[in-house]
Design a protein around this ligand. Sequence first.
Ligand code: NCD
Length: 360
Amino acid sequence: MISRFPHLIDLNDFPVSWWNKIIDLGHDIRRHPQRYTHACDGKIMGTLFYEPSTRTQMSFQSAMIRLGGSIIGFDNPATSSVAKGENLKDTTKIVSNYSDILVMRHPLAGAAKAAALTADCPVINAGDGGHLHPTQTLTDLLTLKEEKGRLDNLNIGLCGDLVYGRTVHSLCKALSAYPGNTFVLISTPQLRLPSYIKDVITASGSKYTEVTSLDEIIGDLDMLYMTRIQRERFASEAEYFAQKDTYILDRKKLSKSRLDMIVMHPMPRVDEIAIEVDNDKRAAYFNQAKYGMYVRMALIMTMLESSKGTTLLKGIVHHDCRCSNPKCITNTEEYLPASFIGIGDTVECEYCDERKLLTH
Ligand code: NCD
């Protein structure tokens, strides 16, 4: 199924040259913001946030306003017709006709792709459940470029909730496309990176190791990506409390790292980075949040200028089958065509990417 609009659902739907173009444009906007103040005059961005957000939502809004455009939308579905039972298809269809571009965050995996199937304008995925978060990755790439000067040959540590952390998933997929990067995945056994992301790393020729101790490897890293334990994605509070506070970066731990290592975090931070770290010159997370606004300005401009359509579904639609992942959008919005791609002896859902067996 090909849409006539460009949609950013997964960065890997676009070539690396496209990401680099956006990063370079973000870099230029940061240096010369006054050159871009009328780039989106008369354009309207709709923000549909079905899940809480501070940085992503407000940096998108600020980005559009700084480009001369305007914004509409909701940040709480309870105050929209979603509370009356409106489905995703109808909300998206309607708001896409009020907007030139839509930005959507949703608690279920595959929701942005589902929205793009019916939207009459480009859709940007601002986070779909525990799945992907491509615009945070653009933010992270611009941060690395500005703070480390390169996107390749980096030894990258990712620490915390690697199973539910969508920022980690998108970042691993993106950084494995640049040569010479290696990944150190630091988590408890319960919070390990999903195998479909590890497969992407391996297929790219990059290497990863899985460890449980941050102290032992912090001295080897160029960048440490700390993450919040994603409380809202656990099946029970007990499971969350069993993981909470496993990794806390404090000044003592940081002192074992190289002076040129940087610490990144998509934010919000709960307690995984002690406040005492904030004044260390390795702490890059506040700058990172600011880079997010510039890169989103670059993304909005690029998407509004592009007339290239996006292929949304490539696989086979099975009318009699559902994805077995309960957190996949296809199990809530049941009108969606369930589409799967065969991989070896398994099938991959085209919305949530998880390899599961079909359930009839
Ligand atoms: C992240 C998210 O929403 O996935 N936040 C963000 O967008 N900067 C990370 C998180 O919530 O922990």
